[in-house]
Each structure stands twice: as structure tokens, then as C-alpha cells.
Design a protein around this ligand. Structure first.
Ligand code: IVH
Length: 697
């Protein structure tokens, strides 16, 4: 999208816009917009930002302020137009310029060879050049640009007509609001692609739902599709959706100046990429003959889990666009493309029964017991079905056949019941009114979907708290899994969390399955856990609404666990991502005598309750490499270097691809120039360096 020269001048302009004295005027307004677009592209398309979020915001605010005072200057594609959109009343129906067809599916080598034979027959060639790219597992979208401007974004719908979700598409930062199609003499273009939620955004989103006591979504595809239908674009913006564009279905161009350089699918993806779209240009493989395609597919499938987003297969396309035209379409799909589906991570099975489990917060959760079934490499025999609302929404009955899915590293979920298979013998799922463990009356707080046992002494809650404390993502006490916790609890050896650290060899000797070796392993694992980092301990305490992500954020803001007890609700809320609900819950937790007593016991028993001193490569800078150049204003060079090492970073002496951050002070010279040519190096200012360090405190 940006040539080297443009990049250089936009970088230079960025520095001018970062100066306090620079201000927007009608003469330079397009310049500031270009600078903002440039940084959006670096961040959202290339994943390689050159400035900090705070710096972006500072430039953005300048533009926003000017536009507020001069509304006549606002253009539809101004970067400010992504924010502040009004609520959507409804999604009008729109007809696609060209119907959105689906792809034919293949599942093995034979299917592909059959297809290759047909393509060769249809084209009269002995060998065909194919392209191979990921089959993105998201929600499909069709975008129309007219005279370089994004006119609308439409969902697939029934293939002929979809829903106009343009205000929501404006929230997806990797989709340009305007692009220079006129350079290619294109007046109108319809582009197809997929909207995705990355695995990490999905995990975080689901964590948030569960912390709220809401059921998680089954997969990132549903999360993306659901997000696109939200009627508040501001919420859509928070979902961090991403767009991959992989197909052009329609082009209206100036006949006389017809662009002829685009002859292949590869060229088309390059064109989209050069115009600033996130096309799968870097993921694309061009391959001669079907054997090469088959080899590459196997290669890709083995790397499926390493990708930051979900794919459910690969798409093979005939590279040459004239040949694509020649092969044409059937009523349902193009003959020039084929989807290859990876092994399913979905399966169907029978819902045999529902049991009710009491969690560590007293929540009573229905758990579906399933006929064991293999999915995505593991056998699944039970799945949480969360609460009554969820059961109603999914229309689940005992005896139903259900579709289940295990998506990436997410816990398996029921996607839906397959009511078509019902015989009439299925039974409604009925909820108990008393705790299945301690028999206490259950209680359902208003506005919550969950029934709770409020008896703090309920043995189920105590056991679950210990299980959570020792679990892999918390204190990670390897030999103290669920079964052992239950066993030790029932034997009276383990009645509380601190009691873990009081277990002795003689308590365990003679227990079935515990030889001296396994006893030693267990005691070693317990001892080792005393040194777990603070964020794990915070998470392990099981404070309501404090998931792994929140625990990490909290740990970055305190020196020791008791600092949390000192904070009032207001100061807790000042920590990023901590809202009223989380702040209240943390505050309440530290007001309970039992919890304070437990923390003090853990301290006496030798647990490390302080944050890591940041003096090695496990520090905040995590082994990243730094080099300073030019004159620093606030720090002496030696001070700055000591700070890097103190925070776990490393210093290097020259500019090379091994360098992660170049801190450029005033009058930086050749090192800066050299670093600009290596795209993996992040060039930061002294201020940004300081804010990176302060984020670690
Ligand atoms: S090409 C005319 N390429 O899979 C052909 N589709 O079942 C246009 N999909 O509807 C589609 N990744 O939503 C194409 N790299 C890719 C794709 C892809 C995902 C989706 C798309 C399509 C469905 C086919």
C-alpha cells in the first residue's frame, strides 16, 4: 500500500504531528488523515506498529478536535468516522452484485485428484497452476467500494441477498474506508472475504463472559458472526474483529483504460494487499500440479494449531483468471475452486444424563453426561451446560442427539441439539431446589442466571477451591489433580488451601497408589509451587470475576498480594480492564476475615507473596533487545541501559535483525536510517521507552 518513499515521508510526518505545536488546518487535514491511516495499516494489517497507542491517540485527537469545530471538513473515510457511530435500528436487506456461492468440499487426496482431472479436461491442459490458501473459519462478508470509498458491507445471507451491516464493518480496523482503486481504473468493486475473531481475542472474550457468569461461545466463528449483528457499533469495536479479503466477484472499470496486469488470483491478492487490504498474500502458495498441492496441504494441517486464528481447511483455486472464467460455475459453486476440509472438530453424540455440580463459588452447574465421542483428538464424555437459560436457548433434553465442538484449545461446547432425531422419549432437564452436596436450599440472585449454594462450609465448594488453587493455570501443583484432592479431602488430610503446605510424608505413607517415589514427587511439586509468580497466586485464590488475564494485570500494579487489600474500590477501578463488578469483588474478598487469615497462613507457610524482582530475562521486557541512539533528554545513556537490564531486556551494539527496539533520541543518525530499513525493528522514542518500563511496575 505504501512505497518505501511514502513510508519514509509518512514516518517523518508522524514526528511533526507528534509535536505539541503542530495543528490541523484545511491545508494539511488530508496529511494528518494519511498519517493515521498509515499507522492503522501498520498496526492492523501488518501487525507491526511504529508508534504507541498513546501517540496514535494524540494525533487522532488533533484531527477529531478540528473536525468538531469544522464539521464541513469531515469526509466519509476520515479515520474519525470509525468511532462514535449511532445505534443501528435494523439491518436493511441488500442484493449482492454477484451471488455469494459456496465452495465444493473435498476430504481426501482422491477427491482432489478427481477434481484436478476435471479441471484438466475443462482447460485442455496437462498440468494446471493452482493456488493454496487457508479456509478462514469466520463469517463471510461482501464489501462494495465505489469511487474508492467503502460503500457497504453485507453478510452472506441466503447467497442472493444479505444484511447491510456497514456501520459494524466500519469498526474493523483492517478494512480500509477508502482505497485507491482508481489507480487501477476501477470505479466499482465487490470484494469477498471473511471476518474473524483471533484465538486470543476469543479466549479473552469467553473469559470475560464466564467471569460475568455467562455461558461462553462455542467457537470464534460464532463469536465473529454474532458480533457483526450487534446493533451498537461501539461494542463491535471492542470485539477486535479482523477481516481477510480473498476474492473479487465484480469489477466495473473504465473500458478504455482497462487494467490488464491482473491475470491471476495471485495478482489479485497482491493488488488488494497493495491497496491496504489484509489479503492472504503472505499465506498464498502457487503450485504446479495437484501433487504439490496435496503435499502443501499436509504441511499446513500440521501447523494449523500454530496459527493465531481458526481455519477449517484450505482453499485450492485455479490461478489463471481467464481459465477460471473458462471453467465457470455450476448452480452452487465455482468449478475453478475447491475447499479441502481438515479433520472435523465437531462430532455428534447422545446426551445421556445431566448431573449437577457445585463449583467453588457455590454455583450449581448442570453438566451433560455424554456417550463418549472423539473430537479433535480427545474423548469427550461430559460438557458443562452452564445454566437454565442456556439449556432453553439450545433446547436440550435428556436423550437428545447433540452436536459438539472442540475449537482450538477451548473447552468442548455443545453447539446445538439435533431435534430432528427426537423419538418422543426425551426427557426435560429438571433443576434441583437444594444443594446436591450439602442439601441446603439453593438461592438465585436477581439478574443472575445461576442458582447458588450459599453455605460457605459446603464441602463441594471447599474441595473445588482447593482443586482450582492447585490446577495447571493456577499454582500448577502437578501431582495434586482433581482425584487426589477429592481423596485427601475425604480422608481428612486436606480441609483447606493452606493445608496443602502442611501435608507430610507420614500422612501419605501407606495410602493406596502412593509409593515413596510418588509421595516425594507430590511434596516436591508442592514445595516448588511456593515460588509461583504473583499473578498465578492471585488467580489461584479464586476471587470471583478475576480470571487469568485480570490476575496478570493486577499483578503488574502491585508489589505484594496485601497491596490489593489496601486498595479501595475507586483505586482498583483505575487499573485498566477493571470495571465496577471486578473491583467490588476484589474489595469484598479482602474484607473477609477468612480470606485474610488464609493469606497470612500461606505467608507463614513460606509462599512467595511478592511480585518478581525484575532483574532477569523473565522480567517485563522478557529478553527483548535494545539499542540507544541519538541524544536522550530525560535519562543518561548509562541509566537507560541499566534500566533495560534491570527489567530483563538485553543490550546489543549494532543494528541488525536481532535488534527488537531502537530507542531514537534527538539527532539520531545512521543507526536510525539503517533500522528503518529492517521492518522487524520497532523504533521508539525516549518517552515510549519510559512508558514501556513503567507498564512493568
Ligand atoms: S473463495 C466464489 N477463499 O468458505 C468463491 N472462500 O464454503 C468465493 N472461505 O463462502 C469463495 N476462506 O465464506 C474462498 N480463502 C477462501 C476462503 C473462503 C473461507 C469461506 C467463504 C465461502 C465458504 C465456502
Amino acid at each position: 500500500m505504501f512505497t518505501a518513499d511514502q513510508t519514509q515521508s509518512l514516518q517523518k510526518n508522524t514526528l511533526t504531528w507528534l509535536e505539541n505545536s503542530s495543528s490541523v488546518s484545511p491545508d494539511n487535514i488530508s496529511d494528518i488523515r494519511d498519517v493515521l491511516r498509515f499507522h492503522e495499516h501498520r498496526y492492523y494489517v501488518l501487525n507491526d506498529p511504529l508508534i504507541s497507542d498513546a501517540e496514535y491517540d494524540m494525533i487522532f485527537k488533533k484531527l477529531e478536535l478540528f473536525e468538531k469545530n469544522h464539521p464541513e471538513s469531515i469526509t466519509k473515510d476520515s479515520p474519525t468516522q470509525r468511532v462514535g457511530a449511532a445505534l443501528i435500528k435494523d439491518f436493511p436487506k441488500r442484493q449482492h452484485l454477484v451471488p455469494m456461492l459456496s465452495l465444493e468440499n473435498s476430504y481426501d487426496e482422491n477427491d482432489l485428484r478427481d477434481w484436478d482431472r476435471k479441471v484438466k479436461e475443462g482447460s485442455g491442459l496437462d498440468e494446471v497452476e493452482y493456488t493454496l490458501e487457508p479456509k478462514f473459519d469466520g463469517a463471510s462478508i461482501s464489501l462494495i467500494y465505489e469511487d474508492d470509498m467503502l460503500l457497504r458491507g453485507v453478510t452472506r445471507g441466503d447467497g442472493e441477498t444479505g444484511d447491510d451491516i456497514t456501520p459494524n464493518v466500519f469498526q474493523i480496523r483492517s478494512i480500509p474506508l477508502s482505497a485507491g482503486f482508481s489507480k487501477y481504473n476501477i470505479q466499482q468493486i465487490e470484494i469477498r472475504g471473511e471476518i474473524l475473531m483471533s484465538k486470543s481475542s476469543f479466549k479473552k472474550y469467553n473469559e470475560g463472559l464466564m467471569e460475568e457468569g455467562l455461558p461462553p461461545l462455542a467457537n470464534p466463528r460464532n463469536a465473529a458472526a454474532g458480533s457483526l449483528r450487534i446493533k451498537d457499533p461501539k461494542i463491535v469495536a471492542q470485539r477486535n474483529l479482523e477481516g481477510f479479503l480473498y476474492h473479487v466477484s465484480f469489477i466495473q472499470s473504465d473500458e478504455q483504460k482497462q487494467e490488464t496486469t491482473i491475470k491471476t488470483h495471485h495478482d489479485m491478492l497482491n493488488m488488494l494487499w497493495n491497496l491496504g487490504f489484509r489479503s492472504p498474500k503472505n499465506e498464498l502458495r502457487c503450485l504446479k500440479g495437484i501433487d504439490a498441492v496435496i503435499r502443501e496441504i499436509n504441511e499446513f494441517e500440521s501447523k494449523r494449531d500454530d496459527l493465531p486464528y481458526e481455519i477449517d481447511g484450505m482453499v485450492i483455486k485455479v490461478n489463471n483468471l481467464d481459465l477460471q472464467d473458462k471453467l465457470g460455475m455450476t448452480a452452487h459453486h465455482p468449478r475453478w475452486a475447491m475447499a479441502f476440509k481438515f479433520k472435523a472438530r465437531q462430532a455428534t453424540t447422545k446426551l445421556l444424563d445431566v448431573e449437577f455440580q457445585v463449583g467453588r463459588t457455590g454455583a450449581v452447574t448442570p453438566v451433560a453426561k455424554l456417550e463418549p465421542v472423539g473430537v479433535g483428538g480427545v474423548t469427550v464424555s461430559s460438557i458443562s451446560i452452564h445454566n437454565q437459560d442456556y439449556i432453553k436457548e439450545k433446547d436440550l433434553k435428556i436423550g437428545d442427539r447433540v452436536l459438539i465442538e472442540r475449537s482450538g484449545d477451548v473447552i468442548p461446547q455443545i453447539v446445538k441439539s439435533l431435534s430432528e432425531w427426537r423419538t418422543g422419549a426425551e426427557k426435560e432437564i429438571s433443576f434441583p431446589s437444594t444443594c446436591p452436596v450439602c442439601n441446603e436450599q439453593l438461592f438465585k440472585p436477581e439478574n443472575e442466571a445461576v442458582w447458588r449454594c450459599v453455605n460457605a462450609g459446603c464441602s463441594a465448594q471447599v474441595v473445588e477451591k482447593i482443586i482450582h488453587f492447585a490446577s495447571k493455570d493456577a499454582m500448577d501443583i502437578r501431582s495434586l489433580g482433581e482425584a487426589n484432592v477429592r481423596k485427601f479431602y475425604s480422608l481428612g488430610l486436606l480441609k483447606s488451601i493452606p493445608a496443602i503446605y502442611e501435608l507430610k510424608e507420614e500422612d501419605l505413607r501407606g495410602l493406596e497408589g502412593f509409593g515413596s517415589k510418588s509421595i516425594q514427587n507430590l511434596l516436591d511439586a508442592i514445595e516448588k509451587s511456593k515460588q509461583q509468580p504473583l499473578h498465578r497466586l492471585i488467580y489461584a485464590l479464586g476471587i470471583r470475576y478475576v480470571g487469568e488475564t485480570t490476575a496478570k494485570t493486577l499483578a503488574q500494579h502491585i508489589h505484594q498480594i496485601t497491596d490489593l487489600a489496601q486498595k479501595d474500590i475507586e483505586s482498583l477501578q483505575q487499573i485498566e480492564d477493571v470495571g465496577t463488578k471486578v473491583a467490588n469483588s476484589i474489595y469484598e474478598f479482602f474484607r473477609h476475615h477468612d480470606n485474610l487469615e488464609m493469606i497470612s497462613q500461606l505467608k507463614t507457610l513460606g509462599l512467595k507473596l511478592e511480585a518478581e524482582p525484575q532483574s532477569n530475562s523473565s522480567g517485563h521486557l522478557g529478553g527483548s533487545t535494545f539499542l540507544f541512539t541519538g541524544t536522550l533528554n530525560k535519562l543518561k545513556r548509562s541509566e537507560a541501559e541499566a534500566m533495560v537490564e534491570g527489567a530483563g531486556g538485553k543490550l546489543v551494539s549494532g543494528v541488525s535483525s536481532k535488534l527488537n527496539y531502537l530507542v531514537a533520541g534527538e539527532d539520531a543518525g545512521s543507526k536510525l536510517e539503517k533500522a528503518k530499513k529492517i521492518s522487524s525493528i520497532k523504533i521508539i522514542s525516549e518517552e515510549e521507552f519510559l512508558s514501556m518500563l513503567s507498564a512493568s511496575l
